[in-house]
Design a protein around this ligand. Structure first.
Ligand SMILES: [Zn+2]
Length: 78
């Protein structure tokens, strides 16, 4: 964490890492990272994460899924 932050202070390293990230899924992470927090359920980043009452770790989509479809308990056939 600390080392990556220190590397970001260098324009050259920052630019180089950016071009590398373009060829990696990390570019997606980097872009969405600034747009909110990571949902604990679907791992998507959303500004709604942390704002939903009762589900501070979920995005608005997962929140609606969870609230509309409560955890289904699979009946155990004995
Ligand atoms: Zn989610």
């Amino acid at each position: 964490m600390l080392s990556s932050m220190e590397a970001g202070e260098s324009l050259n390293l920052s630019y180089a890492s950016l071009s590398i990230l373009e060829n990696d899924d990390k570019l997606w992470v980097g872009v969405t990272r600034a747009d909110g927090s990571k949902c604990d359920r679907c791992w998507n980043y959303s500004p709604a994460v942390g704002t939903l009452e009762g589900h501070p770790c979920l995005c608005e989509r997962c929140y609606s899924v969870v609230t509309l479809n409560p955890v289904q308990k699979t009946p155990v056939a004995v």
